[in-house]
Ligand binder design. Structure first.
Ligand code: SF4
Length: 348
């Protein structure tokens, strides 16, 4: 099967089988860009509700550019890899300030935006702007490795082959079709070669090496860490308020969960000098142990051991810390594990 045959059979397959996904209902460049960023490292089913809510809350570049960071991180909360959300907002501000509010319409231009790499630039340029650009993600790498019968094809080879293959008439559909083939038919385990439009041209199918292509990538070891979390709760506090408030702090601006809010660890309190509740008074022994919360990040298995400690009244907090009730916490960017800790604290 030559390249024209591969293009034709793949596009026919796509036209028959493509999934009805919300971002496929329009070719609005902003929506395409948001969906591509959300879909990085994240399954389609997980992304759909987030995408819908996001597009209601930030329907265009202007709305995203003027949103504050907490609002953006809060909308992203639960999707993980939060730098993606921060980059989206920074990129929207750049588009507003330097590109007159319209996304660049070439892959090279898109790559000037924070968080947009070669893959995302190719995907957005082809889908939203009809540019003949390749887009090689993990699914496409697997399909091409099998098509080429290569155990570990390098980035240059993958890009060259994807560039040769992309359909100049329907580049966006072709790239989505290739990703869809990898996601639904040419899957890592149990690929369905029997219904594959590329079976005839597939090197690995011909050679009987499908299961060995591509060789798995070595993953870094997942570390483990336990966090001794302290949940300080003050009943009411604000005049007439009945809701308890909790002490939270903002994480540093870089690293894991940068800029998001969390309950502190006991050791965070050690260096903090409270006006009328010295650090010595806050110890796990005086509180109530809540259930442990586990969360797996890409390279870290985190176990949170929260202790709930009621305090008689709120005390002054250093910069980056604050007392917040449930409603205020809902407006802050709390990572998923911290939301679960809050739920435990509210029912304890
Ligand atoms: Fe993948 Fe099988 Fe199709 Fe080859 S024939 S591309 S291995 S599903």
């Amino acid at each position: 099967m030559d390249d024209a045959g591969l293009r034709k059979s793949l596009l026919e397959f796509y036209d028959e089988r493509k999934r009805d996904l919300p971002w496929r209902r329009s070719s609005d460049p902003y929506g395409v860009w948001v969906s591509e960023i959300m879909l990085q490292q994240t399954r389609v089913d997980t992304v759909i509700p987030y995408y819908r809510r996001w597009m209601e809350r930030f329907p265009d570049v202007a709305a995203l550019a003027q949103a504050d960071e907490d609002e953006v991180l809060s909308a992203w909360s639960g999707l993980g890899y939060y730098s993606r959300a921060r980059n989206l907002r920074s990129a929207a501000q750049l588009v507003r300030e330097q590109f007159g509010g319209a996304l660049p319409d070439t892959a090279a231009g898109l790559m000037e935006l924070p968080g947009v790499g070669e893959y995302t630039a190719g995907a957005v340029a082809s889908i939203a702007f009809g540019r003949t650009e390749p887009a090689v993600d993990g699914n496409v790498r697997r399909v091409l490795a099998r098509l080429l019968d290569e155990p570990d094809p390098g980035a240059a080879l993958l890009r060259r082959r994807a560039t040769e293959l992309v359909d100049p008439e329907r580049p966006g559909d072709f790239n989505q079709a290739l990703m869809e083939l990898g996601a639904t038919v040419c899957t890592r385990r149990n690929p369905e070669c029997g219904i594959c439009p590329w079976q005839e041209g597939c090197g690995a199918f011909r050679e009987g090496t499908v299961e060995e292509r591509p060789v798995p990538r070595r993953r870094g070891k997942v570390g483990e860490r336990t966090f001794e979390t302290v949940v300080l709760r003050v009943e009411g506090g604000k005049a007439g308020a009945a809701e308890p408030r909790f002490l939270v702090r903002r994480r540093p601006g870089d690293g894991l969960l940068a800029g998001m809010w969390e309950f502190p660890e006991f050791r965070d309190l050690e260096g903090v000098s409270w006006p009328d509740s010295g650090p010595g008074r806050v110890a796990p022994s005086v509180g109530v142990r809540l259930a442990e919360v586990e969360h797996v990040f890409s390279h870290l298995r985190a176990t949170y051991r929260p202790t709930l400690i009621p305090v008689p009244r709120a005390f002054a907090t250093p910069s980056g810390w604050r007392w917040a009730d449930r409603e205020e916490l809902a407006a802050l960017a709390l990572p998923r594990a911290q939301e679960r800790i809050l739920a435990l604290a509210l029912t304890a």
